[in-house]
Design a protein around this ligand. Structure first.
Ligand SMILES: Cc1cc2nc3c(=O)[nH]c(=O)nc-3n(C[C@H](O)[C@H](O)[C@H](O)COP(=O)(O)OP(=O)(O)OC[C@H]3O[C@@H](n4cnc5c(N)ncnc54)[C@H](O)[C@@H]3O)c2cc1C
Ligand code: FES
Length: 392
């Protein structure tokens, strides 16, 4: 059984609490790559310089992500990458002196993947690329961390937002604890291996690390092999007592996130204590920007879009079966989107009039659906006219 909200479904359980105010208008600026650091044979950490006048645009919370945009073989490509460093604190003097800040992501090569393969060598110091302002709700209230125990469960590149979260939790409170359960194939695949060891050296009593390796034998059998239901239940029985955990952060492939959510719910963890981020659903990637022409006499749906206070209207041929986002991009090329797969939530807008049906939704919470929010990359109009607002 899937615990994800079926498209358009009413909430079956209490929604997660609203995360801290995180939503800001998604805007691209061109940033320069400052440094590239190899993490493993197939992953790199990429750091961008953020000029002082743009520092506020890139101010973010740990756990948020940015979208990178470039053109490869003549085609525009956008992909999302989580920010892997704790947000930099800027002093008043630094702001006044116009000192730039930095922003880091980590890109792991996806076998056969277009952008992540190119990024291993294409992103080099001095290279300029469009970077969207940070987005995302995979974050935590950070004001009251004292005495709290936060657990992160990650697989592969899913470690990136958890690096920022772990670091922030441990440095912002003297009494907060972080436990990381991190699964990879082998030691050679572990991203941030040394950084995690350093963090452990700095916070030996408050950071607990459990590396689970699926293709390498570890001394403890529970830390060897794939994490399936039996192994997860054993880990929860032996290594992490769910009763002593305040907040859970899950980041990895759909199958692992679903498994963790189901098992945690079964052992009594309230849904509102579990946050998750998906990088991919495993489906064939879909892309926006499909060319659609409106021919004379064709039956169309009228789509009205409000973005940055300006309303625009576009006709969408009914038999083109295009998404609301695809149609919107014809009149508003700045309409926000990143994954185009129903995962990241960047394309969220509210339906003010008319109705739509959504094909996938891995990003919106039941309470957002109830309030009329949709993922425009997954929405298809079911009425002759719809009005959507990206600003609310
Ligand atoms: C919020 C968010 C945060 C993310 N953070 C990170 C991060 O921190 N680090 C990270 O490494 N990734 C992250 N990702 C994933 C990242 O955005 C990309 O999806 C990933 O890098 C793959 O992009 P790509 O262009 O290389 O692969 P794509 O070209 O998009 O292909 C993806 C996969 O589909 C397969 N494929 C491609 N075309 C086809 C086809 N026609 N038929 C069947 N299969 C096909 C490819 O072989 C590949 O395995 C994040 C994603 C999201 C949504
Ligand atoms: S663009 Fe990512 S959910 Fe629509």
């Amino acid at each position: 059984m899937s615990l994800f909200t079926p498209p358009g479904a009413a909430p079956a359980t209490a929604p997660r609490p609203a995360p801290p105010a995180t939503r800001k208008r998604a805007r691209f600026h061109t940033l320069t790559v400052e440094e590239v650091r190899p993490l493993t044979d197939d992953s790199v950490e990429v750091t961008f310089t953020v000029p002082a006048p743009l520092a506020d645009d890139y101010d973010h919370l740990p756990g948020q992500y940015v979208a990178l945009r470039t053109t490869l073989d003549g085609v525009e490509v956008r992909r999302s990458y989580s920010l892997c460093r704790t947000p930099e604190h800027r002093s008043a003097e630094q702001i006044a002196a116009g000192i730039p800040t930095r922003l880091s992501v980590a890109v792991k090569r996806d076998e056969g993947g277009l952008f992540s393969t190119w990024a291993q060598t294409g992103l080099h110091p001095g290279f300029e690329i469009d970077v969207m302002s940070p987005q995302g709700t995979f974050t935590s209230g950070l004001d009251d961390l004292d005495g709290r125990h936060v657990v992160g469960i990650a697989a592969g590149s899913g470690i990136t937002p958890l690096m920022a979260l772990a670091h922030t939790v441990l440095t912002r409170s003297e009494s907060a604890r972080f436990t990381l359960l991190y699964t990879n194939r082998s030691t050679l695949d572990v991203m941030f291996l040394e950084d995690l060891a350093d963090l452990k050296d700095r916070h030996p009593a408050r950071l607990t690390l459990h590396h689970v390796l699926s293709r390498e034998q570890r001394t403890a059998p529970v830390l060897s092999g794939r994490i399936d239901e039996e192994k997860l239940r054993t880990i929860l029985g032996m290594l992490i007592d769910p009763a002593g955990v305040d907040e859970w952060f899950l980041c990895g492939p759909l199958s692992l996130v679903e498994l963790c959510r189901e098992v945690l719910a079964d052992v009594g963890v309230p849904r509102e204590r579990i946050r998750f981020e998906l990088f991919t659903t495993g489906d064939e990637p879909r892309r926006e920007g499909r060319q659609v022409e409106v021919r004379a006499g064709q039956r169309t749906t009228r789509i009205e879009v409000t973005l940055d206070g300006v309303s625009s209207t576009v006709e969408s041929p009914v038999d083109a079966h295009e998404s609301v986002l695809n149609a919107a991009l014809r009149v508003r090329p700045d309409a926000p989107f990143a994954c185009a797969g129903g995962v990241c939530g960047t394309c969220r807008a509210r339906v003010i009039e008319g109705s739509v049906t959504m094909s996938e939704n891995y990003a919106l919470e039941p309470d957002e659906l109830e309030r009329g929010y949709v993922l425009t990359c997954q929405s298809h109009a079911t009425s002759d006219r719809i009005v959507v607002d990206y600003d609310v």
